[in-house]
Design a protein around this ligand. Structure first.
Ligand code: SF4
Length: 124
């Protein structure tokens, strides 16, 4: 089968076409064309075999000048785990003040990524 990708690794946005087959849960890649550097090939291989995404979201802040603090993961996680990760993030509520860089969850769901605050929120 064939699948087209727009590489998101750099602003060039190369259009890349992959030919591959799937069998018994594994992917056999036959060709990757259209990338103009090796990073594009790596990106497509990752997308076909183990697609990952990062999360940028927000958590509730009690007693803060703002009701929410923005957060993000320090590393992308398997796409299939995004909903589980969001469920954990939605459970959180923190007390102001919240300082950017604070780790709110270490090793989220054992996935090797931390949830960190990206914007400080002071006291109300
Ligand atoms: S293939 Fe290389 S040059 Fe093209 S968008 Fe991806 S990283 Fe950029």
């Amino acid at each position: 089968m064939q699948r087209k990708f727009t590489c998101i690794i750099c602003p060039n946005g190369c259009e890349i076409t992959a030919e591959y087959d799937t069998a018994a849960g594994s992917v056999a890649i036959h060709s990757i064309e259209g990338q103009t550097c090796p990073r594009g090939e790596e990106y497509v291989k990752q997308e076909l075999t183990d697609p990952r995404r990062t999360i940028a979201s927000s958590v509730l802040v009690r007693g803060g000048e703002l009701p929410l603090a923005s957060v993000r993961l320090t590393a992308p996680i398997p796409k299939a785990k995004i909903f589980d990760a969001m469920r954990e993030i939605r459970k959180l509520a923190v007390d102001a003040p919240v300082v950017a860089g604070t780790v709110l969850i270490e090793n989220l769901l054992g996935l090797g990524t931390d949830l960190v605050v990206t914007k400080s929120v002071g006291l109300r």
